[in-house]
Every structure is written in structure tokens, then in C-alpha cells.
Design a protein around this ligand. Structure first.
Ligand code: B12
Ligand code: SF4
Ligand code: SF4
Length: 324
């Protein structure tokens, strides 16, 4: 068994559903994979258009974000890992309830992936003594979807998320950068074809062209990232939030590749009654302390009490508007 196969076997044993490897070309090599240059260009274009909104941390060191060798000196391989978070449950669609994005139905995925990534790092060091490794799960300057595509986990769909032929879009991603030379996998092939369903399904037109999302218009950004006291959700977009109080799945839900998604049995991703059927009036009365306690292990913490209650108020107003 090769070292790459042994690492993949360990990853599956730890509960990762998808694993693949990309090679990072050494500086002196004739870059067989010009991915960092491509990513740098795409990222700069995106930033220049202001599509990152208030996420100014995306501006910091774009060249580094696009190139794993600038993140880990001597990096030769990226091991991309995915965990399936799909469960066969449905959100409560009755009037009076809010809608929470699927990835936030259970516990914070950063924690579930972090524990496994740390364990996998330990196993890699046993298999390859002297290997330098560094893991990330949405926690560092790595363009995770692009590396996952390069490692064969799937392809970047027109909604800009990674689509796996086996798990659809319901994979959360992490990766381990390492100095060891591993055998690369074949990159994923784009299977979107002429489909444009996700662009048509987006309620706010946030997918401005295939593969490009303007965060300023994206409900996920508006309801999660826009939570500072000075941040307001523009009136014309607030109408379009409907009952979404945290994140949005419309462009994912419509994708034909999600039709036969397999359910996960990972306990951390199982929903609670509260996340499947969040009652708007009850939530509108949540104190800051109750918010912190209730969502201490949930991704919902990221919206902060102020942002979350603002979202709930907008959903209540939208409900009144519909019933008038
Ligand atoms: C910033 C961010 C956001 C922002 C901006 C989204 C965006 N599309 O960039 C906001 C807050 C809006 C957001 C929302 C969501 N996010 Co987010 N987000 C990120 C983050 C931190 C960085 C993404 C990034 O670098 N954006 C910058 C721009 C330049 O990159 P990009 O849009 O990815 O563009 C690439 C492609 O479009 C591609 N590309 C461009 N043109 C072309 C052309 C062709 C032909 C091809 C093939 C490719 C291609 O190249 C670009 C560079 O890679 C990543 C974690 C990470 N560190 O990577 C998570 C991440 C992308 N998010 C994730 C999730 C789950 C979501 C939501 C689904 C959550 C939700 N349900 O509400 C939504 C989905 C919205 C959407 N349609 O994208 C997951 C996606 C998992 C997956 N299977 O893909 C990630 C990877 C986090 C994780 N660790 O799992 N997110
Ligand atoms: S998450 Fe929602 S608002 Fe954002 S691009 Fe997808 S459908 Fe549009
Ligand atoms: S909905 Fe269609 S265009 Fe969008 S990601 Fe899925 S297959 Fe691609």
C-alpha cells in the first residue's frame, strides 16, 4: 500500500466521507499545476468588484490565500477532506417558523472536523516521521473548494460550491497541508453542463454569472456575516429573505446532484427540534444570555445575538407582509 493510500484509509477510518490529494508544484518546477496563479487572479477580480462586502479579512494577503506554499513553507501536497452533513429531515415550513441553513442544523462543523484533522495529523506523522503538517477547516488562508476540486472530491458548480458526484453539495471541507510528496488524484470534472437551475433559484440574484457569487446580495452573508452595529440589510433585500433567519440553501436545494444524497449518521450533524422548527415569536424574545447558552455549540453563534434577532424581526415582518 502506498503512503497516499494509507493516509486515505486512516481518513476514512476517522469518519471522513471524502478524501483526495493535490500536488503542489515546487517553485523551481515548471508548474504542472498553475492553480495558485488561477486562484490569485480569480480572487483579485472578486475583491476588486467588492464582492466580499464587509469581509475585509478576505483582502489580507490574497497571494498567500491562493498559494499553499506561502502558507506552509515547503508544502508539496494538499490533502482535502470532506464530511457529509446531509440528513433526511425537512424544515418545518408552516407560517410562523424560520428557516435555518442545513449546515447549521447540528453542532458546529468546525469542531467535528477539527478533532478528526488533528487525529489524522498524528497518524500521518507516525506513517511519515519528519512530515510537517498544518490543518485548516475554514480557519485559514486556503481556498478550500478549489483544492477539493483539484483533489477529485467533486467540481465547483455554478453556485460556486463544491458538488460531489456521491454526496452532492452536502460536504463540509477541511484540509491538511504537508511537506511530503504524495500521489495526486485526478481533478474533478465539471458536470454542470448547460444547467442554470441554481442561478435561476437564487432569490436575490447573488450568483451574478456562473461560478461567481456577490456576497453583498447573498442571504447567507446578509444573515450570518452582517452583524456589526453599523451593518444594515438593505430594504430591497430584506423583503427577499422570506423566513430565512440563518444562511440559505436555495441554490443547493435545487441542484439535481443533490436528489440522491446519502444521509450521514454523524451525531454532530443531527438536527434538533429548535433548528428544524425555529419559532419566530419565541426567538424574538431570546435574551443575549439565552442566545449564548442555547447556541454555544452551534454555528448560529456567528450571527451574534444582535444579527440573529434582526434576522428574526425581518422574518416576522415578511410573514406579516405575506398574510396582509
Ligand atoms: C467567504 C465564504 C463565503 C461567503 C462568500 C461565498 C463565495 N462563494 O465566495 C458567503 C458568506 C456568501 C458564503 C456563503 C456560503 N458558504 Co461559505 N465560505 C467562504 C470561505 C470562507 C471562502 C470562499 C472564498 O474563497 N471566496 C472567494 C471567491 C473568489 O472564491 P469562490 O467564489 O470560491 O470562487 C472560486 C470559484 O468560483 C472558481 N471559479 C471561478 N470561476 C470559475 C470558472 C470555472 C470554469 C471553474 C471551474 C471555477 C471557477 O474559482 C474561484 C476561486 O476558487 C469558504 C472557506 C474557505 N476558506 O475556502 C467557505 C465555504 C465555501 N462556505 C461553505 C458553505 C457551506 C457556504 C453556504 C452553503 C452556507 C449556507 N448554507 O448558508 C453558503 C453558500 C453560498 C454560495 N452560493 O457560495 C463551504 C462550502 C462547502 C462546499 N461543498 O463547497 C466552505 C468551503 C466552508 C467549509 N469549510 O466547508 N461563504
Ligand atoms: S445561498 Fe441563497 S442567496 Fe446565496 S447564492 Fe445561494 S441561493 Fe443565492
Ligand atoms: S444546479 Fe445545475 S448549474 Fe447549479 S451546481 Fe447544480 S448542476 Fe451545476
Amino acid at each position: 500500500m502506498t503512503l497516499s493510500d494509507a493516509i486515505k484509509q486512516e481518513a476514512h477510518g476517522l469518519g471522513f466521507d471524502a478524501v483526495g490529494i493535490s500536488r503542489v508544484a515546487a517553485e523551481s518546477e515548471d508548474a504542472a499545476t498553475p492553480l495558485p496563479q488561477f486562484l490569485h487572479r480569480r480572487l483579485l477580480e472578486w475583491l476588486q468588484r467588492g464582492y466580499h462586502g464587509t469581509m475585509t479579512w478576505m483582502e489580507r494577503d490574497a497571494a498567500r490565500r491562493a498559494d499553499p506554499q506561502q502558507v506552509l513553507s515547503g508544502c508539496r501536497s494538499v490533502i482535502s477532506l470532506g464530511m457529509n452533513y446531509y440528513t433526511p429531515h425537512r424544515a418545518d415550513e408552516r407560517p410562523g417558523y424560520g428557516r435555518i441553513a442545513r449546515y447549521a442544523w447540528g453542532e458546529d462543523y468546525h469542531e467535528a472536523l477539527k478533532q478528526r484533522l488533528e487525529q489524522l495529523e498524528g497518524r500521518i506523522r507516525t506513517l511519515a516521521p519528519g512530515a510537517v503538517t498544518r490543518w485548516y477547516v475554514d480557519t485559514g488562508p486556503v481556498m478550500e473548494k478549489a483544492w477539493a476540486q483539484q483533489a477529485g472530491l467533486g467540481w465547483i458548480g455554478k453556485h460556486s460550491n463544491l458538488v460531489s458526484p456521491r454526496y452532492g453539495s452536502w460536504l463540509l471541507l477541511g484540509e491538511i497541508l504537508t511537506t511530503i510528496d504524495l500521489e495526486p488524484d485526478e481533478p474533478g470534472t465539471d458536470l454542470c453542463g448547460s444547467c442554470m437551475l441554481c442561478l435561476k433559484a437564487c432569490p436575490t440574484g447573488a450568483i451574478t454569472e456562473p461560478y461567481v457569487v456577490d456576497a453583498n446580495k447573498c442571504i447567507s452573508y446578509l444573515t450570518i456575516e452582517l452583524h456589526r452595529p453599523e451593518d444594515e440589510i438593505p430594504e430591497e433585500l430584506a423583503h427577499k429573505l422570506g423566513n430565512r433567519i440563518f444562511g440559505c440553501d436555495d441554490c443547493l436545494d435545487i441542484c439535481p446532484y443533490n436528489a440522491q444524497a446519502t444521509a450521514t449518521d454523524e451525531p454532530a450533524f443531527q438536527p434538533s427540534t429548535l433548528t428544524l422548527a425555529p419559532h419566530l415569536t419565541a426567538l424574538s424574545e431570546l435574551s443575549e444570555r439565552a442566545f449564548t447558552t442555547t447556541f454555544r455549540r452551534s454555528p448560529l453563534r456567528r450571527a451574534k445575538h444582535r444579527g440573529f434577532l434582526r434576522n428574526v424581526q425581518i422574518a416576522i415582518q415578511n410573514l406579516r407582509r405575506v398574510s396582509c
